[in-house]
Design a protein around this ligand. Structure first.
Ligand code: HEM
Ligand SMILES: *[C@@H]1O[C@H](CO)[C@@H](O)[C@H](O)[C@H]1NC(C)=O
Ligand SMILES: *[C@@H]1O[C@H](CO)[C@@H](O)[C@H](O)[C@H]1NC(C)=O
Ligand SMILES: *[C@@H]1O[C@H](CO)[C@@H](O)[C@H](O)[C@H]1NC(C)=O
Ligand SMILES: CC(=O)N[C@H]1CO[C@H](CO)[C@@H](O)[C@@H]1O
Length: 540
């Protein structure tokens, strides 16, 4: 996409806007921060396109919990990983830090007007309708479904390894995990079998594989510039632009939209019929359809909103979990001693299970596998798939800090007055490695940090275990319980049955920013890859 024809126009608008802000604004100029790399892109070019975390960790070392950074054309932004500030922005300030419209224009492409997109009262209403489907008992009940989907990989891989020389082979594990988690979200959320593992087919599977990497990987300067300037374009216009403008690298998204809309309509029709026939089931989509049929105006969703929720769940619940598992297997391949210890614990728990005459783990059995849980938490801390979230200040607002900073003019301050409309980048990547929270070894992968340690800390930020991985507050991840059970079910199944080890290619892997954090060997254009050596695990 070339921004050139529109660049002068936008620049004009922005100059007017900045002149206006000069007169009225509260200044952030006294807050320390990195020098902008260029006037056109400010600091965001690097922040969004380098290896995930490198820029964040550098700023964290240099500036602490907050830094004044520049967006394109000198726009003022804040980059934040200070725990108290994060807690304030996510929880305390609530809807005073809404999502920025230019971000929402991107989420509308992939999720329409679903929960990730909406704001304010619409968000409150939708969230209220959806929450009951994501409670503790509802999520626990899904554990056997997750185990079953993971076991489909076992069957496939054992077949493939049976014929392989030495019964070992290199698999692109991200590919398989992506299929299996697509099946898992299908069954858990929609009571529908996408059949991705079994026949790797289906139009729905095709339009969801690689969606994020091919759309958001390797952004050109023009794209980054346009996306960041798009805050000056009214949202409806922006939606039209993304939806209809040809040649802007959005083709897969458009196919995705058409295919998933048709699929969602059919599914909603099916669920409505089942409900009228008294055959309603308990999957998330059925719960939404049922809510629409209730008398209560507050729980009604339009058909478009329901379609949007389906797309939202597919996007938010699919690539996030497969990404987590992919990075998890990579860490376990890099740390064979951790992998072996994990497998021992799982095999021991399986022996107990069999001695009781049972064959399937349930959530209650997780209590006997503390190391599984510790590894899962450490993977989520170390490799958060959503490494930044973004908000904008809805009004001039004072944000507190847990660690005071010294301003450029030498003042020591413990709170920062954030001017209305300032964009804030909340760094999940940096918070999850904050030494004041996790200790001096924060940059090491070490599951032991979770054992024998109380979970409660002074400023509890995220929704789970003080991790920012699922963000927090009114817009925190609704599917976090779902995710922790899914990740554990998959780890148990895969580590019990297979041994994963490094390959030369896997040693070259880096974390590339593609909305989520994709593993890339050489160039992003080759797609996400995680080639690991897989062999059947020995049992004692
Ligand atoms: C490891 C897996 C997952 C991670 C790391 C993750 C992370 C996140 C994060 C960081 C947010 C907040 C984004 C923001 O604040 O801007 C979020 C929101 C959300 N997540 Fe997840 N998520 C995961 C799994 C899931 C699953 C399995 C589901 C559904 C089945 C799900 C559904 C959602 C939804 C609907 C939202 C929007 C909530 C709202 O705006 O009210 N997520 N997720
Ligand atoms: C690995 O799997 C990913 C995800 O499905 C795919 O995009 C990529 O092309 C695969 N890479 C190889 C080398 O097969
Ligand atoms: C809807 O129901 C029909 C008939 O049972 C079935 O063939 C189809 O796969 C269902 N579609 C969806 C999207 O669930
Ligand atoms: C939602 O409910 C309204 C009226 O209560 C009905 O007309 C509409 O068809 C329903 N939508 C869906 C998708 O079930
Ligand atoms: C504040 C803002 O809009 N930042 C965006 C700049 O561009 C990158 C790349 O598209 C986005 O990820 C940021 O959200």
């Amino acid at each position: 996409m070339s921004p050139l024809p529109i660049a002068p126009l936008l620049a004009g608008i922005v100059v007017l806007y900045l002149v206006y802000k000069r007169i009225t604004r509260i200044s952030l100029d006294d807050i320390p921060g990195p020098k902008a790399d260029s006037f056109w892109l400010g600091n965001v070019g690097k922040l969004y396109r380098s290896v995930v975390g490198t820029v964040d960790f550098k700023w964290q070392e240099e500036f602490g919990g907050i830094a004044h950074i520049k967006g394109p054309l000198g726009q003022d932004m804040l980059w934040i990983c200070d725990p108290k500030a994060l807690q304030f922005i996510y929880h305390t300030a609530g809807y005073n830090f809404p999502k920025a419209p230019e971000r929402r224009a991107l989420s509308v492409l992939t999720t329409d007007h679903g929960l990730v997109f909406v704001d304010g009262d619409d968000h409150k209403r939708q969230r209220k309708v959806m929450l009951p489907a994501f409670g503790t008992p509802e999520s626990k009940a899904l554990f056997p479904i997750f185990s079953r989907c993971a076991a489909k990989i076992t069957t496939k891989w054992k077949d493939m390894l049976f014929d392989a020389p030495g019964q070992t082979s290199i698999f692109n594990v991200t590919n398989w995990l992506s299929f299996a988690t697509m099946d898992a979200i299908g069954e858990a959320a929609f009571d529908h079998n996408f059949g991705s593992i079994d026949n790797q087919g289906g139009e729905m599977v095709r339009v969801y594989q690689t969606l994020l990497v091919s759309t958001f990987g390797k952004l050109s300067d023009g794209k980054v510039f346009f996306m960041n300037m798009s805050r000056f374009i009214p949202l409806p216009l922006l939606e039209l632009f993304y939806a209809y403008m040809p040649g802007i690298g959005m083709d897969l998204v458009k196919q995705n939209r058409a295919t998933s809309h048709a699929f969602a309509r059919e599914m909603i029709r099916n669920k409505s019929e089942a409900l009228t026939d008294g055959k309603g089931s308990h999957d998330i989509m059925s719960i939404l359809v049922k809510a629409n049929h209730s008398e209560n105006e507050k729980t009604k969703l339009s058909e478009f909103e329901m379609i949007s929720q389906m797309r939202t769940l597919l996007l938010a619940g699919h690539e996030t979990t497969s990404t987590t598992l992919t990075w998890g297997l990579w860490e376990l391949a890099k740390h064979p001693e951790i992998q072996t210890r994990l497998r021992k614990e799982i095999h021991a728990a399986e022996a107990v299970l069999q001695s009781k005459g049972r064959t399937q783990f349930t959530v209650n059995d997780l209590d006997s596998m503390p190391y599984v849980q510790a590894c899962m938490k450490e993977i989520m801390r170390y490799h958060p798939p959503v490494f930044h979230t973004q908000r904008r200040a809805g009004k001039d607002i004072m944000v507190p800090l847990s660690t005071p900073i010294t301003t450029k003019s030498g003042k020591v301050i413990q709170e920062v007055l954030v001017p209305k409309e300032t964009r804030v980048v909340l760094s999940v990547a940096a918070y999850n490695r904050d030494k004041s929270i996790w200790g001096e070894d924060a940059h090491e992968f070490n599951p032991d940090r979770w054992l024998n340690k109380p979970d409660k800390r002074e400023t509890s930020v995220g929704v789970y275990s003080n991790l920012l991985t699922f963000s927090g507050g009114v817009r925190g991840c609704i599917g976090w319980r779902f995710a922790i059970y899914e990740v554990q079910a998959f780890m148990i199944e895969l580590i019990s049955n297979f041994e994963f080890s490094m390959t030369d290619e896997a040693k070259k892997i880096r974390r590339e920013a593609c909305l989520v954090m994709a593993p890339v060997v050489n160039d992003v254009s080759e797609g996400a890859q995680m080639p690991l050596r897989v062999s059947v695990a020995q049992r004692e």
